[in-house]
Design a protein around this ligand. Structure first.
Ligand code: AMP
Ligand code: MN
Ligand code: MN
Length: 323
């Protein structure tokens, strides 16, 4: 931590980025870090390739997050909540030209990319690490920073239910509430909204797609591009659907295979898929995802692959034999 601070303080033009298809931690950390650089009077760009999911657009400065960057002579890049640099998406080639890349993350599969790393796999969220960084730099927490940190921790711990929920999750969030964060207000924004009819219909198709391995220990849910088109839904509408597959009795590992919207189609059946994996805690899905070139946490991980639907489905079903 002490090693990283001089780099942050001595840079003037900073790019901050987090992973595509962002969750609350990716967005909350991105904004908290950006507001921290504002306090230090830095020129900062906040970048995320994907649109900000509607439920996170209430966050302060959410409208400052841009989806495209040009090489603008940044002297520092800060990459948040990414196990590897490719997770930021198309901007990788631009970011590689930035002289110093700082990697701040909590994934067990973090590759250690970049010139300086601040990786703590015991942190419940990247937002926990950003909190400590801001404290260490003596930057005062205002309500905007507090709201972003709180949202990152709330969402990455599944509202303090997941196994990464630690003491810091509670103590930091308590402190953020003391700074004016209203837990009910944030919960309403993140979890209290209504669903489009399309999302409910997508849920129906998703539930209908569930397959179970012969031994009953693995479930697979599949979402095709046709389903998205039919229901007029998008990536953010998929959030949480995998939990239905995970909660089936006896299931230890749930997989959600999602056909990518902008997937390259080399042939009619060869497509790009994102696979999300969830475990009941008895199986380490981070190592399974890593074996497919992805990563994540032991109970929640993912990877992308270009193949046919039948191939990826049978590869995943095969995993059931080992659990
Ligand atoms: P998801 O499958 O998108 O719900 O992600 C579950 C967890 O795995 C999150 O912590 C992600 O950051 C991580 N993850 C997902 N896809 C990848 C990937 N291709 N490479 C590394 N980590 C990933
Ligand atoms: Mn994340
Ligand atoms: Mn995270």
């Amino acid at each position: 931590m002490d090693q990283i601070i001089p780099y942050l303080k001595n840079s003037d033009h900073i790019l901050v980025a987090s992973h595509t298809n962002p969750d609350g931690d990716a967005i909350g950390s991105l904004i908290a870090m950006g507001l921290c650089f504002d306090a230090l009077n830095k020129k900062t760009t906040l970048y995320n390739e994907s649109p900000i999911p509607a439920v996170y657009r209430f966050l302060p400065a959410a409208n400052r997050v841009v989806r495209n960057i040009k090489n603008q002579n940044y002297d520092l890049a800060v990459i948040l909540d990414c196990g590897d640099l490719q997770r930021i998406g198309k901007a990788v080639s631009t970011v590689r030209q930035i002289p110093i890349i700082v990697n701040i993350d909590h994934h067990v599969t973090n590759t250690g990319f970049g010139h300086i790393q601040l990786i703590d796999t015991s942190a419940c969220a990247t937002a926990e690490i950003i909190y400590r960084l801001i404290k260490q730099m003596d930057i005062p927490f205002d309500k905007a920073i507090a709201t972003s940190i709180y949202t990152g921790i709330l969402t990455d711990t599944g509202s303090f239910r997941f196994s990464n929920t630690n003491r810091a999750a509670f103590s930091i969030c308590q402190e953020m509430v003391g700074l004016g964060v209203d837990p009910y207000d944030i919960a309403q924004h993140v979890y209290g909204g209504t669903y489009s009819l399309g999302r409910i219909k997508l849920l129906n198709l998703a539930l209908d797609s569930i397959k179970i391995s012969n031994n009953g220990k693995l479930s697979i849910m599949t979402l095709s591009q046709d389903m998205f088109n039919e229901t007029h839904t998008q990536a953010e509408d998929v959030d949480g659907l995998i939990n239905y597959a995970k909660r089936i009795e006896d299931v230890k590992v749930a997989a959600l295979i999602q056909e990518n919207r902008n997937g390259k189609e080399n042939s009619k059946d060869f497509k790009r898929f994102h696979v999300s994996l969830r475990s009941d805690g008895t199986v380490d899905v981070a190592s399974i995802a890593a074996s497919f070139g992805g990563g994540g946490h032991s109970i929640a991980a993912g990877f992308s692959i270009e193949t046919t639907l039948s191939d990826i489905t049978s590869q995943i079903l095969k995993l059931a034999e080992k659990i």
